[in-house]
Design a protein around this ligand. Structure first.
Ligand SMILES: *Cc1c(COP(=O)(O)O)cnc(C)c1O
Length: 390
C-alpha cells in the first residue's frame, strides 16, 4: 500500500447514513433515489433528461445503440483517453476512427476531426480529457455542420464550465458522466446519460432495462409496458438505489468537493512552477475558477521519453507515493493494433505526449504538506534522471 495513494473517494457520515437509510427502506432498485439523482445531474449540466446507468461505459454503449450506430458506421474519437471512450464503439459493432490531439489541451484536434469525417461517420465522441473543456464548442459546430451526432464523454469533467460559459454535459446531442471512485463524485460504480432529446433518453431507458418500453402502460403478456414485455434487445445497465443514494449526497457536496480539488491543484501549480523539466496542465480559460479538476497530470519536458518517465514513476512508488502513466494510447493497446493494424507513429502527437505524462496523487483531502513532499520527491527523481543523461 502506498502511503499517499493516487486517488481516494471522499465519503462522510452523510453518505453512509443515506446508504443505510436506503437499505432499511426495502427499495433497492428503480426508486426515488435514482429519479432524484437523474434530475440533479441533468439540471447541473443544463439538460432536461437524465438516465442513470451502471457505469460510464454502459452509458456510452447505450447512447451509441440509441443513436442507431452499428456495423459499417464510423465513430471519430481520440486515441488519448481512458479506453472505454473507444471500446464502446467496438461494443456497438462500429469502427473507431482516431484523430490526433492538440498538444496543449490534450483533447482531440477539431481540424483533424473535421478532416476525418466521411459518408460513413455517424458520431463523434469528444472526451474532456482530465476535465479540460477546450474545443467542445468547435467540435459541436463541426458535428452540426456535417449532421453527425456529437457525444460528449464528460466522464472526467462533472461540474465544470467551459470558457464559452457552457456547462459540462450540455454539448452536442448527449453527454455521459461516470462515477467510479476516482472521479469527482462517486456512486461506487455508476454512470449517467444527459440530453435534451426525450425520445433518445427513452430509448436509453429501455436499453438499460432489458428492452422494456418504459413509457407505455398497456396490458397483456407482450404489450409494451408490462414487466415481461421486451420491445428490443436490452441490457441490465440499471443503477441500484444504494448507489443512487450515495450519489445524491455526493451531488449535494459537489461545490465543496470541486473547491477542495481546485485548492490541491493550486498547491501543485505553486510547487512545480519553478521546475523547468515539468510541463503543467493547461486550463481553458484565463482563470481556472470553472475548471473541474479530475486528476493532476504533468508531463516531462521534450528531452524525456518513456524509459525516464517509467523510472520516475517507479521511484515515486518506492517512496510510497502513488503515480501512474495516464494514459497509454488506445490505438497501441495490443488488441487494437491486432484488429486495426495501427502502427507506432500513427498519431505522433498523442504518442509523444502519452509517453511523457504522469498522474500524481490527487484527492480532496490531500493536504499542502503532502503535496510538498510529492513535489520534492518528483524533483529528486528528475534530478537523478538529469545526472543519468550526462
Ligand atoms: C471513467 C471514464 C469512462 C467510463 O468509466 P466507467 O469506469 O465505465 O464508469 C469513460 N470515459 C472516460 C474518458 C473516463 O475517464
Amino acid at each position: 500500500m502506498s502511503q499517499i495513494p493516487l486517488s481516494q473517494p471522499d465519503i462522510t457520515d452523510r453518505e453512509i447514513d443515506a446508504v443505510v437509510a436506503t437499505l432499511r427502506s426495502g427499495r433497492l432498485s428503480i426508486g426515488p433515489e435514482q429519479e432524484a439523482f437523474e434530475n440533479t445531474v441533468a439540471r447541473a449540466s443544463g439538460r432536461t433528461e437524465g438516465v442513470a446507468v451502471s457505469s460510464g461505459t454502459a452509458g456510452l454503449h447505450a447512447v451509441l445503440l440509441a443513436l442507431g450506430v452499428g456495423p459499417g458506421d464510423e465513430v471519430i474519437t481520440t486515441p488519448f483517453s481512458f479506453i472505454a471512450s473507444a471500446n464502446c464503439i467496438l461494443m456497438a459493432g462500429a469502427t473507431p476512427v482516431f484523430v490526433d490531439i492538440c498538444p496543449k489541451s490534450l483533447n482531440m484536434d477539431p481540424a483533424r476531426t473535421e478532416a476525418a469525417i466521411t459518408s460513413k461517420t455517424k458520431a463523434i465522441i469528444a472526451v474532456e480529457v482530465f476535465g479540460n473543456t477546450t474545443h467542445m464548442l468547435e467540435l459541436e459546430r463541426i458535428a452540426q455542420r456535417h449532421e453527425v451526432a456529437l457525444i460528449e464523454d464528460c466522464c472526467e469533467a462533472l461540474g465544470g464550465v467551459s470558457a464559452s460559459g457552457r456547462r459540462v454535459g450540455s454539448f452536442g446531442r448527449v453527454g455521459v458522466f461516470a462515477f467510479y471512485p476516482n472521479k469527482q463524485i462517486t456512486t461506487g460504480e455508476g454512470g449517467l446519460i444527459v440530453t435534451d432529446d426525450q425520445a433518445l433518453a427513452d430509448r436509453c431507458r429501455s436499453l438499460r432495462n432489458q428492452g422494456r418500453e418504459t413509457n407505455a402502460h398497456a396490458g397483456g403478456d407482450h404489450a409494451a409496458g408490462s414487466w415481461l414485455a421486451h420491445g428490443r434487445l436490452g441490457y441490465n445497465y440499471r443503477m441500484s438505489e444504494i448507489n443512487a443514494a450515495l450519489g445524491n449526497v455526493q451531488m449535494q457536496r459537489l461545490p465543496e468537493m470541486l473547491a477542495a480539488r481546485r485548492r490541491v491543484a493550486g498547491d501543485y501549480m505553486r510547487q512545480l512552477m519553478d521546475c523547468d523539466d515539468v510541463v503543467l496542465p493547461t486550463v481553458e480559460a484565463d482563470t481556472d475558477a470553472t475548471m473541474s479538476w479530475f486528476v493532476f497530470v504533468v508531463r516531462l519536458g521534450a528531452d524525456y521519453g518513456r524509459v525516464e518517465r517509467d523510472r520516475i514513476i517507479e521511484g515515486m512508488k518506492r517512496h510510497e507515493i502513488g503515480a501512474s502513466n495516464y494514459f497509454p494510447c488506445i490505438h497501441l493497446q495490443p488488441f487494437y493494433q491486432e484488429r486495426f493494424g495501427f502502427k507506432k507513429s500513427a498519431f505522433p502527437i498523442a504518442e509523444r505526449i502519452s509517453e511523457r505524462t504522469l498522474a500524481l496523487p490527487f484527492y480532496n483531502r490531500l493536504d499542502e504538506k503532502s503535496v510538498e513532499l510529492i513535489c520534492s520527491t518528483l524533483k529528486l527523481m528528475i534530478d537523478r534522471e538529469r545526472l543519468l543523461k550526462r
